[in-house]
Design a protein around this ligand. Structure first.
Ligand code: GDP
Length: 472
């Protein structure tokens, strides 16, 4: 309807043109960008898309080096189920109280900050696990600076431990191993370190560079030492931000409270957020009415690496949405409205993911240098065989990276990792779960299933050769 009016042609003609293209539409339907262009072309018009650059306008100018000050590291705790992630987060939450504070942290707001005796701070994301971490990354948000991977010393390197390692590595986030439950008589931390070494992950005790700390999340043994290692890693990372600018950051969680309205926890990454600021967060906006910290205390402002729970947004943004402070409310509102509109136009996608069929074309374009692959299989032997064979397909022009491999069905977490790292997924005698399939369709992730190793290798080889630029 709208495009018919803009072109001044009868609606029925536009609908007719769509039908001739094999698209059945109604007058109220929104068309995707490609269809709009084709339809307009039929009537002699060119389409210029303007709304898609709104995100570019949000790019902010770089900070001058002299404006940057040190900021606290933001940490995510990952690891296999029951290895002690929650216990560790709980212990830190309870024991690390700011000097002079009577109680520990009472509110669950999705993230919390602790201050060590030295006065140094660390911010923790309170949703443990690599699933949440990678789901956020798939949405374009990377807030974690350091990953603590918890491994129970009375157990082994388990499938989710491997996943957590792959996910942190794919994100380029440094890992510190917390070898937990050393209070147990059956604990064998040396065995864990040996296993890690076997995976080419050498911890410091083994002459490597990766930090690790034996701990007990139950008794609190060496947790302080673990946090000191976090600070050491942070020092190497040289984390900085400019507190003297309009705040920006990421939404950690959000919900509707019957009494208070929409409550969102946001992690400030740069600048300082203040009560009264006009904020845009995903498709929502509003004026910050009040802010609270994880202790339930009222705060007036929040600087870099500080999590705060805010009131005043007109809706609940999604975890991973970015938030930005605007000088005037109108601008924040306009962008929120435009974003909501863009989201409805399903096919205006921000990102297209790689597919096996597209590898050739992308290589030919010349920008494509690395092919990321996730391998899931029914048995370890075939996973390793595929992984070795795929890696050997690397050429001077294109590097094949196996960013994750594991035994088991293809899950939503695998799809999120593929989405966050622009990877394809190869399944060997395993199928995706229904939810993984649905998510893969939505995110346009290519999942290939094979039951003969050579078929998988041949397909990948063909795809890569198809895209290799012709020899001159
Ligand atoms: P998560 O699934 O990784 O979050 O693991 P939890 O923190 O829920 O811990 C799983 C179980 O291990 C619980 O019963 C904990 O009490 C126990 N646990 C966690 N850390 C330790 C520890 O350091 N020592 C001992 N003995 N038990 C622990």
């Amino acid at each position: 309807g709208e495009i018919a009016t803009m072109m001044d042609v009868p609606i029925t003609k536009v609908i007719g043109t769509c039908m001739s293209l094999g698209i059945m539409v109604t007058m109220n339907q929104r068309l995707d960008a490609e269809t709009l262009s084709i339809v307009a072309d039929e009537f002699g018009y060119d389409v210029e898309f303007i709304t898609t650059d709104i995100e570019e306008n949000l790019q902010v100018e770089q900070d001058a080096p002299e404006d940057l000050v040190e900021r606290a590291p933001i940490v995510t705790v990952m690891g296999h189920v029951d290895h002690g992630k929650t216990s560790l987060l709980d212990y830190i939450r309870k024991e690390n109280v700011i000097a002079g504070e009577s109680g520990g942290i009472t509110q669950h707001i999705g993230a919390y900050g602790v201050t060590l005796d030295s006065g140094q701070k660390i911010a923790f994301l309170d949703t443990p696990g690599h699933e949440a971490f990678t789901a956020m990354r798939a949405r374009g948000a990377q807030i974690t600076d350091i990953a603590i991977i918890v491994i129970a010393a009375d157990d082994d390197i388990m499938p989710q431990t491997k996943e957590a390692i792959s996910h942190a590595q794919a994100a380029g986030v440094p890992i510190i191993f917390a070898i937990n439950k050393v209070d147990k008589p059956t604990a064998n931390p040396e065995k864990i370190k040996e296993r890690l070494a076997g995976m080419n992950l050498l911890v410091e005790d083994w002459g490597g560079k990766i930090q690790s700390q034996d701990i007990s999340a139950k008794t609190g043994l060496n947790v302080k030492e673990l946090l000191e290692k976090v600070l050491l890693e942070a020092e190497i990372l040289d984390l900085k931000a400019n507190p003297d600018r309009a705040a920006q950051g990421t939404v950690v969680e959000a919900f509707l409270d019957k009494g208070k309205g929409y409550v969102a926890t946001i992690l400030v990454q740069t600048g300082t957020l203040r009560v009264g600021d006009y904020v845009l967060a995903g498709r929502h906006h509003g004026k910050i009415r009040a802010m609270h910290d994880e202790r339930g205390h009222v705060v007036k402002e929040a600087g870099p690496s500080t999590p705060v729970s805010v009131l005043g947004l007109d809706g609940a943004p999604t975890a991973g949405d970015k938030f930005t402070v605007f000088e005037d409310e109108r601008e924040a509102k306009q962008i929120a409205v435009k974003r909501a509109q863009l989201q409805r136009e399903q096919s205006v996608r921000t990102q297209r993911h790689i597919t096996l069929a597209e590898i050739g074309r992308r290589i030919a374009l010349g920008q494509f240098k690395e092919l990321n692959i996730i391998i899931k299989g029914d048995v370890d032997g075939s996973v390793e065989a595929l992984s070795d064979s795929f890696s050997k397909l690397s050429t001077e022009e294109i590097q094949v990276n196996i960013i994750h491999k594991g035994v088991g069905a293809i899950t939503e977490t695998d799809v999120n990792l593929a989405s966050a790292s622009d990877a394809i997924i190869i399944g060997f005698n395993v199928r995706p779960s229904q939810s993984a399939r649905t998510l893969a369709d939505k995110e346009e992730i290519d999942i290939r299933n094979y039951s003969i190793i050579y078929d998988a290798i041949d397909d990948l080889k063909d795809a890569m050769e198809g895209m290799l630029s012709p020899e001159i």
